[in-house]
Design a protein around this ligand. Structure first.
Ligand code: FES
Ligand code: FES
Length: 193
């Protein structure tokens, strides 16, 4: 089981120059750390982490981006899905050091200028969630799908989302939401031509 860790006690972070560097006990701890630099939601981030630190732990524990959820210990549920260099990735399946230099987007960075992404808006409109625990991962996976396939069939949506588990909704409204978002995004693209 993945637990919130104490890695942040060994963490030094610079966030786009707005946070002063902090060192919460690296010295004398006997724990070796490595420096990783990446862009998260458009902001440059540098952190010292243990080599075993997962990307999801870096996001949640060090950067406090807790919209990315941890729902399993087997890389199956997809609640931890984020975008890494534009591709949806289960952030519990890669190490933070593997994301060094990457461009990462989390659910917190999906809305732009206070406007929900079309997938977020469609989930809201079509009640594509109940408890909401799976929702960040569902939304991030769906947003990636619609970039790669702007007009997916119902079968293609269900197949794409096989890696995201929802215990509440029965998936029907999630699929409706993705179909609606696809339509919205296609109309926006046509209007922009
Ligand atoms: S927490 Fe990553 S797949 Fe479940
Ligand atoms: S809405 Fe509860 S797990 Fe999906």
């Amino acid at each position: 089981m993945l637990h919130r860790t104490t890695n942040n006690r060994h963490c030094s972070i610079n966030w786009a120059g707005r946070w002063s560097a902090i060192d919460l006990g690296r010295e004398g701890s006997g724990v070796s750390t490595v420096s990783v630099s990446l862009t998260v939601n458009g902001k440059k981030v540098t952190a010292d982490v243990e080599p075993r630190t997962l990307l999801v732990q870096l996001l949640r524990d060090n950067l406090h981006l807790t919209g990315t959820h941890v729902g399993c210990d087997t890389s199956q549920c997809g609640a931890c899905t984020v975008h890494v260099n534009g591709d949806s990735v289960k952030s519990c399946t890669i190490l933070a050091v593997q994301a060094d230099g990457a461009d990462v987007r989390t659910i917190e960075g999906l809305a732009q200028a206070g406007v929900l992404h079309a997938v977020q808006e469609a989930f809201r409109e079509h009640h594509g969630l109940q408890c909401g625990f799976c929702t960040p991962g569902m939304v991030m996976s769906s947003a990636d799908l619609l970039v790669k396939n702007p007009n997916p069939s119902e079968h293609e949506i269900r197949t794409w989302l096989e890696g995201n588990i929802c215990r509440c909704t029965g998936y029907h409204n999630i699929v409706k939401a993705v179909q609606h978002a696809a339509q919205t995004l296609r109309q926006s693209a046509q209007a922009a031509e």
